[in-house]
Design a protein around this ligand. Structure first.
Ligand code: SF4
Length: 283
């Protein structure tokens, strides 16, 4: 169980880097999401199933396929009961539950990780810039799976995706850098990271892509967090409109009302509501 203490996460900085205005709506104004994309629900269900599988292996138990299936289905049902799920491309809940189970079973049928150190382990660590400055807010990183290999500690990050990942995506991933930093701070071990991508193509497949980071890259990560934190403090929020960002964005209606304002640390960009929606208005 993680605390609500103010912190950075990979998903929060990534949201700012992808679209600062979406970050503003969700994390500054705290506007509730009207819906969540079915891909996000599927990702959570797959994660829940894989965590159950890994916990059984960690405790030396034989994982039960039926039980893992129940976990996946239960996760889907909970999400659909609690939230409005945005289904794309004519997909139905039943089809996506079936696909989630297939992907989980493709993995559980082909891999049995050994020497498991932790499953879904949260790390609270300070964020440190390349010059050694410690940022005010810590980083919370939750590692899906940590295994001990001959080569050392490996953090495995599980993704479900409609397409295969490229080597560049993994080698430049800020999330991997967060894990390397977190394991160094908490466990005093320089880990490597492996992305395991469950690819939801017609014939599903699994990709394992390892990656490493240098201490310079970890320092650069701290610098990036610092710059983003400063930008947020200055009230720098603007839209980045593209298909990838906007097609599943729950704040499209609010975004239409947005107009820019001059960044100023002493003023908040929330000036007044338009049609009940707060937007950034010019001075
Ligand atoms: S609709 Fe697009 S540009 Fe607007 S907030 Fe959402 S992601 Fe950003």
């Amino acid at each position: 169980m993680t605390s609500k203490r103010d912190h950075w996460s990979y998903s929060s900085i990534n949201q700012y880097l992808r679209c600062p205005l979406q970050y503003y709506f969700e994390r500054v104004l705290k506007l509730p999401r009207k819906s969540i994309p079915s891909a996000m629900v599927m990702g959570s269900a797959i994660h829940a199933g894989l965590a159950e599988f890994h916990r059984a292996l960690q405790h030396g138990d034989e994982p039960s396929n039926d039980h893992i299936r129940e976990i996946v289905v239960g996760s889907w049902k909970n999400s659909c009961n609690e939230k409005v799920v945005d289904f794309k491309d004519g997909n139905t809940q039943e089809e996506l539950i079936k696909q989630s189970i297939e992907l989980v079973e493709l993995y559980t049928g082909s891999e049995r990780p050994t020497n498991i150190r932790a499953v879904e382990l949260p790390f609270w660590v300070p964020i440190i810039t390349s010059s050694g400055e410690v940022l005010e807010k810590p980083l919370l990183a939750v590692a899906d799976l940590i295994v001990e290999r001959e080569s050392g500690l490996t953090v495995r990050e599980f993704k479900s995706s409609g397409r295969a990942y490229s080597d560049f995506e993994v080698s430049s991933s800020l999330q991997a850098t967060c894990y390397v930093h977190a394991t160094w701070e908490k466990l005093s071990q320089w880990s490597q990271v492996e992305f395991t991508v469950l690819v939801k193509t017609k014939t599903p497949k699994i990709q394992n892509i390892p990656t490493t980071r240098t201490s310079a890259e970890v320092g650069r990560m701290g610098d990036l967090f610092q710059q983003v934190a400063s930008s947020i403090e200055l009230g720098i929020f603007y839209p980045i409109e593209n298909v990838m960002n906007c097609s599943g964005c729950p704040y499209r209606a609010e975004c239409k009302h947005w107009v820019g304002s001059k960044p100023n640390a002493s003023t908040n960009p929330i000036r007044k509501p338009i049609n009940g929606v707060h937007a950034c208005l010019p001075n």
